[in-house]
Design a protein around this ligand. Structure first.
Ligand SMILES: [Cu+2]
Length: 125
């Protein structure tokens, strides 16, 4: 009943519409991973690169990936790179990894300046 009453009120309808649009565009502008390689909890032979694809183009100067081992020590790697041809993709080239569990830590800054962070682990056989 309340729902139909609110639909009949043009002002309320507009307000609800504007609010949902604002939420949608805000969520859209934040970069979140759409694919991760190695995948979370994967058990793989030592990878030479970690690649993460995001929902939004990234700011290369502020976006990065780091890899740490079980002791929290940074795994040897080159600096992470945002692909110049495809700024939704960022990768980290690695030196050979010993067997063990590793945690990927990423920071992504989208074009709107909003920063998102996350992490996940995978295992090297
Ligand atoms: Cu944003």
């Amino acid at each position: 009943m309340t729902f139909f009453l609110s639909l009949r009120s043009p002002l309320r309808w507009l307000a609800a519409c504007g609010a949902s649009l604002a939420v949608a565009s805000n969520a859209f502008a934040h970069a979140s991973p759409t694919s991760r390689d190695p995948a979370p909890d994967a058990e793989v032979a030592a990878p030479s690169v970690v690649t993460i694809r995001f929902s939004e183009p990234l700011e290369p100067a502020f976006s990065k990936i780091a890899l740490v081992d079980e002791a929290g020590k940074r795994a040897a790697s080159l600096a992470s790179v945002v692909d110049a041809q495809d700024r939704k993709t960022m990768h980290l080239e690695l030196k050979p990894l010993a067997p063990g569990r590793y945690t990927v830590q990423w920071t992504a800054v989208a074009d709107d300046g909003h920063r998102t962070k996350g992490g996940y682990a995978f295992n090297v056989k």
